[in-house]
Design a protein around this ligand. Structure first.
Ligand code: CA
Length: 230
């Protein structure tokens, strides 16, 4: 069955070209022209991926992304933010909101289709079987199916990427992962982020995990690992 991409874009010409190229690549497409319609359509249709324009006539793409990622019904749907040159928001802000990738127009259709495929491959690749499992290590409990994490009994509020970073480390518990490997497995090969982004997110994840933060170990000159000590 063909996978469906929801295109939320108010520039009709661009939306048409994107839809044409995605259909040629074997996808089904649905296009809407406003943020509110995008949120409604994502809830109703459960697309496999959302291509989300930043500047929309009613609400900002960032707000659409925030709504999609905070609703349990839609938070698992990967989102690629699309901006035009000159209206670039901080890439990190896009990722903070839970966007899975970020592209800047003008972009070649070949590149865009590659990005869509890369994000779908990455987000459908469960780190081990953890996505279907609940794992406890010391005070930390991670619930894969609901994408929630708890320390003692308190829920830790993680962004989609922070949760994925935690899952990738946990899935390879005791093994060291380089920053490059983490960029690949958490952000995806195509993401144009720098290795220090890994350090920044690791620090924030540690802070958020509080008492369980000590399980995230830095291996100097190599990378990071989830401790194999209980
Ligand atoms: Ca626009």
């Amino acid at each position: 069955m063909a996978r469906t991409v929801l295109i939320v874009e108010d520039e009709f010409d661009f939306a048409d070209v994107v839809a044409l190229n995605l259909r040629r690549a074997g996808f089904d497409t649905v296009a809407v022209r406003s943020g509110e319609a995008g949120v409604a359509e994502a809830r109703h249709r459960k697309p496999d991926l959302v291509l989300l324009d930043l500047m929309l006539p009613d609400i900002m793409g960032t707000e659409v992304c925030r709504r999609l990622k905070s609703d349990p019904a839609t938070r698992g749907i990967p989102v690629i933010m699309v901006t035009a040159r000159g209206e670039e928001i901080d890439r990190v802000v896009g990722f903070e909101l839970g966007a899975d990738d970020y592209v800047v127009k003008p972009i070649s259709m070949r590149e865009l289709v590659l990005r869509v495929n890369a994000v779908l491959r990455r987000t459908s690749m469960a780190p081990g079987d953890l996505d279907a499992a609940s794992v406890s290590v010391g005070p930390l409990r991670v619930d894969g199916p609901s994408h929630r994490a708890f320390v003692e009994e308190d829920e830790v509020n993680l962004t989609a990427l922070e949760f994925r970073l935690l899952m990738v480390l946990l899935a390879r518990r005791g093994r060291v992962l380089s920053r490059e490997a983490l960029l690949d497995q958490v952000w995806g090969l195509q993401a144009e982020v720098e290795t220090r982004t890994v350090d920044t997110m690791m620090k924030r994840l540690r802070d958020k995990l509080g008492a369980a933060g000590r399980y995230l170990e830095t291996v100097r000159g190599v990378g990071y690992r989830f401790s194999d000590q209980d």
